[in-house]
Design a protein around this ligand. Structure first.
Ligand code: ME8
Length: 698
């Protein structure tokens, strides 16, 4: 029998539409659920909607609909959010469902039977939006300490839960680790709150009606938090203690935002203790997202709509996976983060399009081109010793330590340190890319020496293994894209059913496995193009002429005399003075010599080739996108007889950055790449160590 794993998100209030905060919790819980499935566990992943309470009652009244109608209109949006984000939830609970109402009423009577609830009178300060009572001392300048709004003095008959009796036991359980609260700082916060003394808690209301009635005393509705928290049980069929409840309770992890920690880490375990039910094992409280440095709110109008973000990314061929990756990579889980589109684009372009995208592109293309599409099996060779002795600079040995990677990835994932777990995989991806740079398989492929052939096979075999390892380990984060990469490595099985066991073996290939070519998984986001397109669309809508975009400035100017500058045949390097063309270089004392000032006019920059593709109907021209630090240039070069696109991607080159743009076969070239030699034996100018793109060459 596999071990079980029960994970939950909070149930979201229908009073609000889904926003990035909800998306964040759902994605984090989904990644954990998928990771646990990868480990072979029997997972139950629950999410849902919280539909009772005074706020819902007020909103529904304002809209002139019944509370149920209002809830019915909003709840499906949260269900759709799961779909849009690729969440793999096994259950979705709504608190207006009969199964939930029955469970909440049973919880209430059970607490009464155990003597944990008594009737009394309540008088305190009440915050309507937060649905919380506050003592005089807790108020912040007379306002609600949570939301800062006005509070009202309320007195009402109420049922109370004897929370004050559970403080010591609760603190013990938290201290002993029986109930884990993460991160550590949050645990300390809760411990000091518990130790400061707990007051009995009002668990019923008579001031509104939209809730679950107290059994036998229907003037009271059950406190919305007792109602809401019970969803974690009702979704498993409790009070029936067989079936899913027997299988999955207690929860292994409740994922929540820091705003609702106290309800989960104090009230919920106290209710469960009083009811004689087992406590959840772990509560992880994550941080808060702001937008461009500001708190998100409807009134500010800066709420990030996750549906819109996913739709935009879908249009770019990236889908929800890129959003999921960004959310969990950008901010260490547990800390606060700030959302901006620029940060998201940078993250996606750097990590996904460049690093992982390059490894994918080069591996697939080179195996196809040099090894006839067959993935090397590297059979009988131990991973850690593959290529031993061929290391240059000793940096890429780490590449083979799948075992080490697996251990550190697991350790990070187990503690929900998603960003760090991703960084562990990215170290491997970078090592593999560096390995390709150092060993230059495109050069090895041209050699007749048997040791070069062996090296070629090993480099590409290892690249394929790294790509496979990455697609498996990253599957919980990017389920769609990793499946696509995995499929291109010739696997027909679903990664959803893949089980990781503690062995290196599954990253190895058996002979005969073949590449199945497919589209690039992570197209680069061209912000310039998007802006231009948007401006054109806006202009079209307003009937005005489209503004000249940054991308198109001066490009298509008719008659611009610059064809020569972006000549498809780069000039030979004067420094080397080799070859037929070099012999036509001016004599040293000729008047044609230039002054240093003239040379300094040429802006030479270090560039890194991000993408490369052949220009259709040309055997010579290659269109590249080259990162030159401040921007990405499209450059068309006449180097196609010497290099294939896969040999160029990832290469560091020298770019003439201040040439006027020119068109080659109708395609704009915004600079020139330096190379030397004849068209079919060109060598690219480069450096003997890594240099950052954008660095000036002088
Ligand atoms: O609190 N950044 O529901 P809710 C990060 N119904 N996460 C955020 C966020 C932000 N800016 N805003 C919201 C409730 N969240 C109750 C829960 S559970 C028994 C009842 C996330 O719709 C975060 O997970 O207000 C937070 O805990 C949750 O949404 C609150 O959702």
């Amino acid at each position: 029998m596999p071990e079980k794993f029960y994970i939950t998100t909070p149930i979201y209030y229908v009073n609000d539409v889904p926003h990035i905060g909800h998306a964040y919790t759902t994605v984090a819980a989904d990644v954990m659920a998928r990771y646990q499935r990868l480990l072979g566990r029997d997972v139950y992943f629950l999410t849902g909607t919280d539909e009772h309470g005074q706020k819902v009652e007020k909103t529904a009244a304002a809209k002139g609909v019944t509370c149920q109608e209002f809830a019915d209109s909003v709840a499906p949006r949260f269900r759709e959010l799961c779909g849009a984000l690729g969440a793999s939830n096994d259950g979705f609970i709504r608190t207006t469902e009969p199964r939930h109402k029955e469970a909440v009423q049973r919880m209430f009577t059970l607490l009464q039977e155990k003597g944990a609830i008594y009737k009394g009178e309540y008088e305190d300060w009440y915050c309507v939006p937060c649905e919380s009572f506050w003592t005089e001392l807790q108020l912040n300048g007379g306002k609600c300490p949570d939301c800062g709004r006005d509070v009202d003095k309320l007195k009402e008959e109420s049922y109370f839960f004897k929370l004050s009796e559970y403080g010591d036991r609760l603190a013990e359980k938290i201290e002993s680790g029986e109930l884990v609260i993460m991160p550590e700082s949050r645990k300390n916060e809760i411990l000091s709150f518990v130790r400061s003394g707990l007051r009995d808690l009002s668990v019923s209301r008579t001031s509104f009606t939209w809730g679950i009635p107290v059994p036998g005393d229907e003037r009271h509705v059950i406190y919305v938090w007792l109602d809401a928290l019970t969803n974690y049980l009702s979704a498993l069929g409790w009070p029936d203690e067989t079936g899913d409840y027997a299988k999955y309770w207690p929860a292994d992890t409740h994922v929540i935002g820091k705003d609702i920690l106290r309800f989960h880490a104090v009230y919920w375990p106290a209710f469960l203790m009083a009811a004689g039910l087992p406590l959840p094992k772990r509560i992880f409280s994550h941080g808060w997202w702001t937008k461009d440095g500001e708190k998100m709110s409807k009134s500010r109008g800066n709420v990030v709509d996750p549906f819109a973000v996913v739709a935009d990314l879908d249009e770019l061929g990236l889908g929800a996976d890129a959003f999921r990756y960004f959310l969990l990579r950008e901010v260490p889980f547990g800390l606060d983060g700030d959302f901006s589109k620029d940060a998201m684009v940078t993250r996606i372009n750097t990590d996904l399009a460049n690093d992982l995208g390059n490894l994918h592109f080069r591996t697939i293309n080179m195996i196809e081109k040099y090894l006839d599409g067959e993935i090397p099996a590297l059979e009988g060779r131990e991973l850690p010793t593959v290529l031993a002795g061929n290391a240059e600079g000793g940096s890429y040995d780490a590449c083979w330590e799948f075992h080490g990677l697996y251990e550190s990835f697991r350790a990070r994932m187990d503690e929900m340190a998603f960003s760090e777990a991703l960084q562990a995989v990215w170290r491997l991806i970078s090592e593999a890319n560096r390995l390709i740079d150092h060993t230059a398989p495109w050069a090895l492929a041209k050699s007749d020496k048997p040791e070069d052939r062996r090296k070629l096979v090993e480099v590409l075999g290892v690249s394929a293994q790294v790509l496979k390892a990455s697609s498996v380990l990253l599957h919980p984060f990017m389920p769609v894209k990793t499946q696509a990469i995995y499929g291109q490595l010739g696997h027909a099985d679903s990664l959803d059913a893949f089980t990781l066991t503690n062995s290196n073996r599954y990253f190895m290939y058996d002979p005969g496995q073949r590449i199945v070519r497919g589209p690039a998984p992570f197209p680069r986001i061209e912000t310039d193009k998007i802006r231009a397109k948007k401006a054109a669309a806006e202009a079209a809508a307003s009937g005005k002429p489209a503004p000249v975009s940054k991308v198109s400035v001066g490009r298509d100017a008719p008659g611009a005399p610059e064809v020569k500058k972006a000549s498809p045949s780069p000039q030979p390097s004067p420094a080397r003075g080799e070859g037929a063309k070099a012999s036509s270089a001016p004599a040293p004392d000729s008047d044609a010599r230039i002054k240093i000032d003239d040379f300094m006019k040429v802006d030479l920059r270090v560039g890194r080739v991000l993408e490369a593709e052949r220009v259709p109907k040309s055997d010579k021209l290659i269109k590249m996108r080259i990162d030159i630090g401040a921007e990405v240039r499209q450059i068309v070069g006449g180097i196609g007889k010497s290099f294939g696109p896969e040999e160029l991607v990832g290469r560091t080159v020298v770019v003439v950055a201040n040439l006027r743009p020119a068109k080659l076969m109708g395609i704009e070239s915004q600079g020139m790449v330096l190379a030397a030699g004849e068209p079919d034996t060109l060598m690219l100018a480069g450096f003997d160590a890594d240099v950052l793109p954008g660095t000036k060459v002088k």
